[in-house]
Design a protein around this ligand. Sequence first.
Ligand code: NAD
Length: 311
Amino acid sequence: MKLYSYDWRFKSILRMNVMSLNIGVIGLGNMGRNMAATLVGKGFTVSGFDLSKETRQAAQECGVSCVDDLKALTSSSAIVILSLPKAEHVEAVCLGPEGLIHLLPSDSIIIDTTTSVPETSRLVGEKLSKKGIAFLDAPVSGGPAGAASGTMSMVIGGDESVYQSVLPVLEAMSRVRVHVGGIGAGNIAKIANNMLAAAHLVTTAEALTLAEKAGVDPEKVLQAINAGSGRSGASEAMFPTWVMNKAYNSGFTMGLMRKDIGLAKDLAESLGLNLPMTLQTEQLWQASATTISDDKDFCCIAQYTNADLFG
Ligand code: NAD
């Protein structure tokens, strides 16, 4: 599979102190709002835009100055961060009739933190490059809490010189960054990661169900798993923080995780791969929609395995 890599020479941006540049954030939901507030807290000048007026209001209350349309945002921003639900939103915001491709000056840089389709990242990156606008796909992990504390993990696809030119911005938002390859590679890495997270949530729920039905305290078994070789991000972080206490308030929805596991299935199919566990995980997450709606917390998938134990 070809990953595009453009020979960008963003000398003008590299020469400038990136701290002095205005940053625009598009999509001020659970992640975008917190990323924007973190950047404001670290001394960057940030403008935000979201389609929803209520969401703009919430961002304003977090200290982010909001504008009413993309035109106002792009008139002052040399770096634009996207935090949108899906690939189709990224394509519309970047390439649509009133999109960034028509609004941003050349030498601008777009950092797309949306978990998106690698092919869309490449298409958008290629079209923007013809206008002299650079693009990185830089999906994130860490949830709203990681975005609010600047401790997210980022996996980044795009040209090395572009990556280096915005490193101070990425460092302000994240604790760990892995530059994995050309445009699209960031989303491939993120899809692989979320495929595992989706599967581990289910297998951990099944492991605890097994233990409970066999007469052993699931809390104790979770401690044992986390001291053993079966541990994962699901057992170490998700179950203790959002499942066992029935909080279910991670800030990441069933709908977004269904999208991500669907992206893993689509990618496997496009490569002609037979990945039975991926397929089964995807089917289980989609089937769970009959009882758990898209707006519920993604950890509610544990309830689909065992409503008595985790409900
Ligand atoms: P969200 O639904 O809370 O926020 C998305 C925002 O984008 C919404 O406020 C929506 O109004 C806005 N939006 C949609 N179309 C727009 C447009 N054309 N112009 C401007 N704004 C627009 O979603 P989220 O939880 O913040 O997730 C954002 C992205 O980050 C998703 O791709 C998700 O998969 C990924 N992600 C989320 C988490 C998490 O824990 N929530 C963690 C890692 C990655």
